[in-house]
Ligand binder design. Structure first.
Ligand SMILES: [Zn+2]
Length: 283
């Protein structure tokens, strides 16, 4: 389980597709998204806009969706219920026709789940902007930025910003690094391209930097077990940064929901059982 920032830093979540129909690390189920947002707001995080988290004030929550998958529309509706501002990051070459995100890393998925990988067109993105959704740039082609020449980097960062501004008729102030890949040269290029700030994925801790705003990536993690287990008899141990869940092999396959919840910051190790409240304590 990833450590959540304390109240001294804003929490920015990074989602991709929001769907029931695709079991992939990039696909979060709508009911899971809703539960996660509700739990964080109950814990005291306050809804905030992208520009608010740049200031680095603690206790703020912002939600971002990378790649502008069409399925994200359902996620936006959920965030709206909670009054939670969101940012959608789009690749401009894909917005021309809304085609599936056919990057090499997703080649197999495009052949099997093309519909889940379809992206938003300019009309879709204009509709989002009109609803008050912040639309940022995610480059032109979803490139691996650190590998590019200076000229290519400028094109991916600068051309995408100008194209978004032309199409949406408003400033494009925010950027998200594809694959979370950035270094000091790429950060500087984002600043020179005219953005106010750029969102990354987890990296070195330290003060909040506008061109390396850290986000927590939320990914679907499911485990297919080859043998039946009794979840009610699960045992959970958390210690030294490692979470261990043991599930006894059993013909009695009692279903149970395992809830992991941070209680208080402490050191040491806690144990709990599924079927009751399992606790995961962060150090
Ligand atoms: Zn992406």
């Amino acid at each position: 389980m990833r450590r959540l920032p304390g109240p001294s830093r804003p929490l920015v979540l990074c989602y991709h597709a929001i769907t029931d129909g695709w079991t992939h690390a990039l696909a979060t189920r709508p009911d899971v998204l809703e539960r996660q947002i509700r739990a964080l707001l109950r814990r005291g995080f306050r809804p905030a806009r992208a520009e608010d988290v740049v200031g680095g004030h603690g206790g703020l929550l912002h939600v971002t969706f990378d790649d502008a998958f069409r399925s994200v529309r359902g996620g936006l509706a959920i965030a709206r219920q909670f009054g939670l501002p969101v940012t959608v990051f789009a690749c401009t070459a894909y917005a021309e026709n809304g085609r599936p995100l056919d990057v090499p890393e997703l080649e197999l998925d495009v052949s099997r789940h093309a519909g889940e990988l379809e992206t938003m067109t300019w009309d879709d993105l204009r509709a989002l902007a009109a609803e008050g959704v912040e639309v940022g740039s995610h480059t032109v082609t979803h490139a691996h930025l650190p590998a590019l020449s200076d000229v290519e980097l400028e094109r991916e960062l600068g051309d995408s910003r100008l194209r978004l501004e032309d199409e949406l008729g408003r400033p494009c102030r925010f950027f998200a690094y594809p694959y979370g890949e950035e270094d000091l040269r790429v950060q500087e290029a984002a600043r020179v391209a005219g953005y106010d700030a750029a969102f990354a994925l987890p990296g070195p801790s330290g003060p909040v930097k506008p061109f390396a705003l850290r986000r927590v990536g939320v990914y679907r993690r499911e485990l297919a077990l080859p043998l039946p287990v009794n979840a009610v008899c699960a045992n959970v141990t958390y210690g030294n940064g490692v979470l261990v869940v043991t599930l006894p092999i059993s013909d009695q396959t009692s279903p149970a929901r395992l809830t992991l919840e941070r209680v208080t910051p402490t050191h040491g190790e806690h144990k709990g059982n599924a079927g009751h409240l399992a606790t995961c304590v962060q150090t």
